[in-house]
Design a protein around this ligand. Structure first.
Ligand SMILES: [Zn+2]
Length: 154
């Protein structure tokens, strides 16, 4: 029987979902409009009842997660900073945390001083048109990076 076979059931659902896409979208849109006041009231009531709670929880959860995942957290921050700078300098490339973690696994020490720190450096500085891509990255501690500035490294 169709309903008792999970694979057949999933395939049937996927087909049904696609076949009724427009109908579902229209139904959802109608429902949204018809229940607008209820939804607004529900959200307002929830916010009033949970005032301040959610934000604190989110901040506390984030701090806890960062403490438990220092490398991932540093990689996310480094990728985010690099992507912001790439946008500022108008250079190509987009880094994700995985790119940074891979670099740190391959080159665990600072390219300049050998210290074991989590930092990245664009070999050709983005200020000089260097790409924001993994092949233009090396591990470098913040003090060495500050010293290097935008001078290309050997
Ligand atoms: Zn260094």
């Amino acid at each position: 029987m169709l309903q008792k076979d999970p694979v057949a059931r999933a395939a049937y659902n996927a087909t049904y979902y696609d076949a009724h896409k427009a109908q579902r979208a229209a139904y959802n849109a109608d429902y949204y409009v018809a229940h607008k006041e209820q939804r607004v009231a529900y959200v307002a009531a929830w916010r009033a009842a949970n005032k301040g709670v959610d934000r604190e929880n989110a901040t506390a959860r984030m701090s806890k997660w960062r403490a438990q995942h220092p490398v991932r957290s540093a990689a996310l921050g480094a990728a985010s900073n690099a992507n912001r700078a790439a946008s500022k300098y108008g250079v190509s490339g987009l880094l994700v945390a995985d790119d940074i973690e891979r670099l740190w696994n391959e080159q665990p020490t600072c390219h300049a001083c050998g210290a074991e720190v989590l930092g990245i450096d664009h070999i050709v500085a983005m200020a000089n048109g260097g790409a924001n891509t993994p092949d233009n990255l090396q591990t470098m501690c913040p003090p060495c990076n500050a010293k290097k500035g935008t001078t290309p490294c050997s």
